[in-house]
Design a protein around this ligand. Structure first.
Ligand code: HEC
Ligand code: HEC
Length: 349
């Protein structure tokens, strides 16, 4: 009897050890296939935090989350509801609709080349792309949910929880959601417009006479667009009041919302102009419907706001010159990026 129970114990131990071995083999293996962004020569390297390296797996997870309505409180809205890839990840209406038809107060702008931005949102209120996604998820007007509840809900999805352990070696949580989305957003690189090919003398790319005139005006002393819209993204990322309004409503005084400094009233981050043809309506509140009206705004020298940048007053353009600049702006459209099937829902990345 004593002998038997000894065997029994021994056997239990063997079975236990065996089970542990099997379990440890089933234990999710880490998977991380490094992914490097292909960037045009001369473009800066975006900053990628060491604790969130780009991998094929993190990008794929971020992409699934980007289209997942489960991130909103009533499972009706995903990131892609307001950021459409075929419009440079912008929305086509002035203010996007969030959960239960709630209306925001800013235009959902382009996410083109978001990896290069030094700060986020048009008032620069958010400093980190890795934390950014908590904002729309928790914003009452957007997804109206919270990160903890969202991660609890989505962790029921075996595919997500397995990916979280494989990529980040942790349960599916807020860290995973925000980091994976940031990885996906960092792949929105648009650097192959006609303009890029033309200035790099590629593929026999050429400009029409009008496009060339528009470019010279854009960079020249009459239009002075490039005094703010400069660099590879056509933005110097400074905050400027471009004379859009005489007074800015309480709810959106731009940079002043963040600094509480009156001198920042109506100042917004200089907008990037890449894919601008496809991201109407324009400006922080989507109040300008088309490019012709944008150009007319600049040639009329805008409002008389106290902190309007003085350059706006000295812009002088004829109607033909406005049209030339518009033709130039259209050379910044990058169909390789816009039509890339990898950004479509369900398509392999
Ligand atoms: C209801 C519409 C809506 C939803 C849903 C939404 N966004 Fe946005 N998004 C906006 C608007 C509007 C802005 C502009 C805010 C601003 O400039 O202050 C914006 C701005 C951004 C920016 C900053 C861009 C910049 O130029 O600085 C990023 C990044 C972004 N969204 C990513 C996301 C992600 C990721 C999700 C999903 C988790 C998401 N958004 C969901 C409307 C939305
Ligand atoms: C003093 C700086 C400054 C100058 C000069 C300037 N801009 Fe702007 N531009 C801005 C700012 C700031 C914004 C964003 C305003 C907002 O969000 O309301 C902007 C927005 C735009 C937009 C809309 C972008 C979007 O996504 O909504 C276009 C198009 C544009 N500018 C084109 C031009 C052209 C063309 C010129 C030259 C005729 C020009 N700008 C001159 C500062 C400037």
């Amino acid at each position: 009897m004593l002998q038997n129970s000894k065997y029994l114990y021994k056997n239990i131990i063997y079975i236990g050890v065996g089970l542990l071995l099997i379990l440890s083999q089933c234990n999710v293996e880490k998977k991380s296939t490094p992914f490097s962004l292909e960037l045009r020569a001369g473009w800066p390297q975006p900053t990628i935090p060491p604790n969130n390296p780009l991998t094929e797996e993190s990008i794929a997870l971020g992409k699934s989350l980007f289209f997942d309505t489960g991130l909103s409180i009533d499972s009706t809205i995903s990131c892609s509801s307001c950021h459409h890839s075929q419009h440079g990840f912008a929305d086509q209406i002035a203010f996007s609709l969030g959960v239960q038809g709630r209306l925001g107060f800013r235009n959902s702008g382009t996410l083109t080349n978001v990896a290069f931005l030094p700060y986020f949102n048009r008032d620069g209120g958010i400093k980190s792309l890795d934390l950014f996604s908590a904002v729309p998820i928790e914003d009452h007007q957007e997804m109206g949910f919270n990160l903890l509840a969202a991660s609890q809900r989505l962790s029921q999805n075996v595919h997500y929880s397995k990916a979280a352990s494989q990529i980040y070696d942790r349960p599916f949580d807020g860290f995973v959601i925000t980091r994976a989305l940031a990885s996906y957003l960092r792949t929105f690189i648009s650097d192959n417009s006609l303009y890029d090919q033309y200035i790099n003398k590629e593929n026999d790319a050429s400009f029409t006479v009008t496009q060339k005139r528009g470019m010279d005006l854009f960079f020249g002393p009459k239009a002075q667009c490039s005094s703010c819209h400069s660099g590879v993204l056509f933005s110097d990322f400074s905050f400027q009041n471009n004379g859009l309004k005489d007074t800015y409503a309480n709810k959106d005084r731009g940079r002043q919302r963040i600094t509480l400094n009156e001198d920042d009233e109506g100042k917004f981050r200089v907008a990037s102009l890449r894919n601008i043809e496809l991201t109407a309506p324009y400006m922080h509140d989507g109040s300008i419907p088309d490019l012709k009206s944008v150009l007319q705004h600049y040639s009329s020298n805008g409002s008389n706001h106290a902190v309007k940048n003085a350059i706006i007053d000295s812009i002088q353009l004829t109607a033909t010159e406005e049209d030339d600049i518009i033709e130039f702006l259209k050379t910044l459209t990058d169909m390789d990026f816009i039509e890339n099937p990898k950004y479509r829902k369900g398509a392999p990345f």
